[in-house]
Design a protein around this ligand. Structure first.
Ligand code: FMN
Ligand code: ADP
Length: 325
């Protein structure tokens, strides 16, 4: 069996730190080429998130689905992804057993992990443990955490910035805009009356969503090959003006009246936070505010327009949540 380059992690969000790991893995795979061929880069990831197994009520809302995680890991450099189904049994493995079962069979020449990586029972194993357990059979490369704008990139930091509505900072750490996907649901049928029809997505209990507020972003139909991202003013919340109870992501595609989006699979990419969600006592005030949101949306997006063939998230359409239906 030829050697491989292995990267291990949760990889939630496949953020800039994860991307760096994959980039270094690709470089090593090239330098260590055997018989004129780069070694295979294998990403090993855990699913579900370990916290789901130990304290489901404290499990984080994830930045992407498993499906998108796999797609993104491949996009950023993995040739192959191995998913370890995480459960109490796997969690109880000693670091030795973890390495013997999950790492050695991949015949790594080098294993690359991030500085905050832990594994094995009680998360006792670290990069250093991995090095001791290698017995010199493979090299262990322990990478420092990537920082963006003076803050260390981590999935939990990105989750916090999203919860606070700071989608621009989340995007800097993700290396692309934060994206929510889903099938357009029927809402309260009020949007058309207000002059702002919105494509509504239900909010998943398992996945992260930006905090309540109004955002500028992009709506991309995923079930239409080569669909261009459309400018959108996005509202996240319960529509407090109308005493709504259900939290939703509602996107108004700027200046379009010809869209039929019910039942369509779409992606919504968040570019910038415009304001907090407000409760208006007069509907005309809401409408006036929405006009100004749309104006601001145009200004923000004109400055960040993605290039052709690239999704609103800033990466090629076929690498990211593409045409799944
Ligand atoms: C750009 C934008 C801004 C919005 N801002 C608010 C707001 O501040 N307060 C509020 O209650 N609803 C807000 N909404 C949500 C509207 O109330 C909602 O889209 C409307 O009630 C239509 O709901 P429906 O899609 O279920 O028919 C906003 C929607 C958009 C598109
Ligand atoms: N510019 C647009 N942006 C978003 N959706 C639009 C637009 N134009 C038409 N639509 C369609 O209108 C529907 C939303 O209408 P709306 O009155 O807001 O009802 P709902 O309460 O179901 O959201 C969307 O699902 C979509 O099919």
């Amino acid at each position: 069996m030829p050697h491989s380059v292995v990267v291990i992690g949760n990889f939630d969000g496949v953020h800039q730190g994860h991307q760096r790991l994959l980039q270094v893995a690709r470089e090593r795979a090239h330098t260590l080429a055997e018989g004129g061929r780069d070694l295979k880069v294998i990403a090993v990831t855990l699913w579900p998130h370990p916290m789901t197994v130990f304290a489901a009520d404290r499990a984080p809302r994830l930045l992407t689905t498993l499906d998108d995680r796999l797609r993104l890991l491949r996009h950023y450099g993995a040739d192959e992804v191995r998913v370890i189904q995480f459960n109490r049994e796997v969690a109880s493995w000693s670091p030795e057993r973890f390495v013997d079962t999950m790492v050695r069979p991949l015949n790594p020449a080098v294993v690359i992990v991030g500085a905050n990586f832990t594994f094995g029972k009680g998360a006792r194993g670290t990069g250093e443990t991995l090095r001791e357990l290698s017995g010199g059979d493979f090299e262990v490369q322990n990478l420092g955490l990537v920082s963006v704008g003076g803050r260390k990139t981590s999935s939990s930091f990105i989750r916090r910035t999203l919860a606070a509505g700071d989608v621009a900072t989340a995007a800097h750490h993700l290396g692309r805009t934060f994206r929510v996907t889903g099938v357009v649901m029927v809402g309260d049928q009020r949007g058309h009356t207000l002059g702002f029809p919105t494509a509504n997505l239900a909010i998943s209990a398992e996945l992260a969503t930006p905090g309540d507020g109004v955002y500028a972003g992009w709506l991309t139909p995923l079930d239409e090959p080569d669909a261009e991202p459309l400018e959108a003013a996005i509202s996240v919340g319960t529509n407090p003006t109308f005493d709504g109870v259900e939290r939703r992501v509602e996107s108004y595609v700027v200046d379009r009246t010809d869209l039929h989006l019910y039942g369509r699979h779409i992606a919504v990419d968040f570019v910038e936070h415009l304001r907090g969600m407000a409760r208006f006592h007069d509907i005309d005030e809401l409408i006036t505010q929405m006009h100004s949101d749309v104006k601001r949306t145009r200004e923000v997006l004109d400055a960040t327009r993605p290039t052709a063939g690239v999704t609103g998230a800033g990466i090629p359409a076929d690498s990211w949540s593409a045409q799944r239906d």
